[in-house]
Design a protein around this ligand. Structure first.
Ligand code: PMP
Length: 432
């Protein structure tokens, strides 16, 4: 098909709500390898979005695709009614790298499902119903996941009353209490207790939080935040659920999991995205005594699919063998320094934040008022595309540029991305 045909058929046959970047001229990807993707015209792009924080070990990674091909030829699908070596091998590997006593896995197909399973499990284990979630958080596209989400654009359809109460998020750049860390004494964390006491029955099933808020704009909580939050949640009978859909598998550098940076052991971890380098998979991981309270029958036809499981195990093995969490730390630091240098040069950049190879810049039209530079952000992303760089967008106002390249990129790739970003920021500012 030609590009025009593909774009036309998208409009004709696919829901409008499934949006593409660059509406007037969508990018049609033809193929990809390593840190690069190519469009139909053969133009090459450096992929600093990675399929939305999903391409952990590079596109078409030989070691991962070899396992996928081998498993596809052997047996592609069984359902969980029959056992395979693939599902238990993955579950065992996940248990080995999981924090503390987290040991049992429930595999599904997406982050949305992983979070659904986590909430159901927390409700069954605690016998409580109400769930706390955070403003600016994102949990997925189902009814329940939308009601957990704290971003209006994703809540317009499908939100039903689900016993979810939102607390303020740890957004230091725009502190909900107009305070500054550390003199704030972590008011956002301490206020969770007030929320429980005023807006719930006083006994909760749990709190779900991303360890770095992804779609919300790579919002990194301040040190000490999660310790206080987990303590409060447990005091009121709940479980602390860490959504590691974006932050798992070495993404944040040094560790396997984002939450390990805050020295808190969650009761449940959910993940997806980078776990299988692009093959659909969801994970809900918890302690045996919590997992085993899930009553009644349940089934996910594709959950634990052998092809998805071998892809995940191969991805995790590769991250471990090549210590890609260390690369994410080292190259991520280099990236961070480069972004900070760009901040000195470009007035548009109000904030630089992130961890490891999950780095974002929040664009503002005025550093004093912090007015979100929404149109300029769109322009930067468009210019970046022209300059051969793909990046993502996020934040409540869509004024955060999100970057999450594969974990095995080099400093030279980062330098190339920084140069393209530098040029794109200058072009976007002069086009205003
Ligand atoms: N949680 C977080 C933190 C996410 O970023 C996402 C996806 N953007 C989800 C859950 C939902 O995952 P999925 O799109 O795989 O359903």
């Amino acid at each position: 098909m030609t590009k025009d045909e593909i774009v036309r058929k998208k409009q004709e046959y696919i829901f409008n709500c499934v949006t593409n970047y660059f509406r007037d001229d969508p990018l049609v990807i033809d193929h990809a390898k390593g840190q690069y993707v190519w469009d139909l015209d053969g133009k090459q792009y450096l992929d600093f979005l990675g399929g939305i924080v999903t391409i952990s070990v590079g596109h078409a990674n030989e070691k991962v695709t070899a396992k996928i091909k081998e498993q596809t030829d052997r047996v592609q699908h069984t359902s969980t009614l029959f056992l395979t070596e693939a599902i238990v091998a993955l579950a065992e590997k996940v248990a080995q790298i999981a924090p503390g006593k987290l040991q049992k896995s429930y595999f599904s197909n997406s982050g949305t499902e992983a979070n659904e399973v986590a909430i159901i499990t927390a409700r069954m284990y605690t016998g409580n119903y109400e769930i706390l979630a955070l403003r600016h958080g994102y949990s997925g596209h189902s009814h329940l996941a939308k009601s957990l989400t704290g971003l209006a654009t994703y809540r317009r359809a499908g939100v039903i009353p689900s016993g979810v109460v939102h607390a303020a998020g740890p957004y230091c750049y725009r502190c909900p209490y107009a305070l500054t860390y550390p003199t704030c004494d972590l008011r956002c964390a301490r206020d969770i207790e007030e929320v429980v006491k005023t807006s719930t029955s006083g006994q909760i099933a749990g709190l779900i939080a991303e360890t770095i808020q992804g779609l919300g704009g790579f919002i990194v909580p301040p040190p000490g935040y999660f310790k206080i939050v987990a303590h409060i949640v447990r005091n009121y009978g709940g479980l602390f659920i860490a959504d590691e859909v974006q932050t798992g598998w070495g993404r944040t550098g040094k560790n396997w999991w984002g939450i390990e940076h805050w020295e808190v052991e969650p009761d449940i971890i959910t993940s997806a995205k980078g776990m299988a380098n692009g093959v659909p998979i969801g994970l809900t991981l918890t302690r045996p005594e919590i997992a085993d309270t899930y009553r009644g029958l349940t089934i996910s036809t594709f959950g634990g699919n052998p092809v998805a499981c071998v892809a995940a195990k191969a991805t995790i093995d590769l991250i471990e063998e090549d210590r890609l969490m260390d690369n994410a730390h080292e190259v991520g630091d280099h990236f961070r320094q480069g972004l900070q240098a760009l901040q000195e040069k470009h007035a548009l950049i109000g904030d630089v934040r992130g961890m490891g190879l999950m780095q974002g810049i929040e664009l503002v039209s005025d550093r004093q008022t912090k007015e979100p530079a929404v149109e300029a952000t769109k322009r930067v992303i468009e210019r970046a595309r022209r300059n051969g760089l793909l990046v993502g967008r996020g934040g409540l106002n869509g004024n955060v540029i999100r970057m999450s390249p594969p974990l095995n990129i080099s400093k030279a790739d980062v330098d190339q991305a920084l140069a393209a970003l530098d040029r794109s920021l200058a072009e976007a500012a002069s086009a205003s």
